[in-house]
Design a binder for this molecule. Structure first.
Ligand code: PGH
Ligand code: CA
Ligand code: ZN
Length: 310
């Protein structure tokens, strides 16, 4: 199967009430792990790269690795997506390079400017058969190269969301309902504003909704990092039960980056501590790759409900 947009994936996911995982990639091992997980659990999948990930991996390498992945797993529907595109130029570069989906994140601007920038990307993308995710509302946390403090975070206004989608023609919308990027999402109890999600779904029932900052910050992986020499105290994410509820409540795309980073780091740290004489990268990257695969499979099967949906 060639690369696909998210159109059909989201149509089916909205009809049947599950979410599709969008996993951040920046190297070969991560791409292989995600694709193997998708193939083994028979799940559609979105591979996404932020602009800094694209700078790191280089866009041609990324595209060739994704090409290899779909050749190896032709039965898996795969979309390649730009995560948090900062401007029109970056979105255009990705569209021209063969991305099937782009996000334009102009959520840091006021409503009118967000509409204007998003609309420009939508016009270009649609001309090329590419879909666009936009964002309204502001998440706290570190997002690619931008750091938003808790005080500057704002929930999405459902009425504005409707107006925004009508004015921009975006294909999907990322909303802010209490998640945040990174490993420190909640100081107290983890809580999301499901009332805002419900209102958004009521007003724009046909627009796929995206949840950013949605890693579980899997406690076992944090413990493993800390046990083997790491120092990540007090990390806390969105529990699986809440993500499972979101998947059944109209969220179509759930973004995961932090959990993959933790899995990779935990896997490498363990080898370094247990086998201090190991210096073959394959020796420490293989267990890390395996751990990422198991993490992604768990999400597809037990949390998002996207397994067996191919
Ligand atoms: C995300 C990932 N990427 O765009 O929203 O969020 O930090 O929770 O993995 P996490
Ligand atoms: Ca944003
Ligand atoms: Zn994000």
């Amino acid at each position: 199967m060639p690369l696909v947009t998210t159109k059909e994936m989201f149509k089916k996911s909205m009809k049947e009430g599950y979410a599709i995982g969008a996993f951040n990639v920046n190297n070969m091992e991560i791409i292989q792990a995600i694709m193997d997980a998708a193939a083994e659990s028979k799940s559609p999948v979105i591979l996404q790269a932020s602009s800094s990930a694209i700078k790191y991996a280089r866009i041609n390498y990324l595209m060739k690795m994704v090409e290899a992945a779909i050749e190896e797993h032709p039965e898996v529907p795969v979309a390649i997506h730009l995560d948090h595109g900062p401007d029109f130029e970056t979105a255009k570069m990705c569209i021209d390079a063969g991305f099937t989906s782009v996000m334009i994140d102009a959520s840091k601007y006021d409503f009118e400017k967000n509409v204007e920038i998003t609309k420009k990307v939508v016009d270009y993308a649609h001309m090329k058969g590419v879909v666009v995710e936009a964002e309204l509302g502001t998440l706290a946390g570190v997002e690619d190269e931008v750091n938003v403090s808790d005080d500057d975070a704002r929930y999405t206004n459902p009425e504005q969301a409707k107006e925004f989608v009508e004015k921009t023609g975006c294909d999907s919308l990322a909303i802010a309902i209490g998640t945040s990027h990174g490993a420190y999402k909640f100081k107290g109890e983890a809580k999301l504003r499901f009332d805002i999600l419900a209102k958004v779904k009521e007003l724009i029932p046909n627009t796929p909704i995206v949840l950013h900052g949605a890693s579980t910050v899997i406690p076992e992986l944090v413990e493993m990092c800390n046990k083997y020499g790491g120092d990540i105290p007090g990390a806390k994410g969105v529990p699986d039960e809440i993500l499972n509820k979101a998947s059944k409540s109209g969220v179509s795309k759930i973004n995961v980056d932090t959990d993959l980073r933790l899995a990779m780091t935990a896997g490498i740290r363990k080898v370094f501590v247990e086998e201090p004489n190991a210096f073959d990268p394959r020796k420490y990257l293989s267990p890390a790759r395996e751990l990422i695969k198991e993490t992604v499979k768990h999400k597809m099967i037990d949390v998002f409900g996207s397994s067996n949906k191919i």
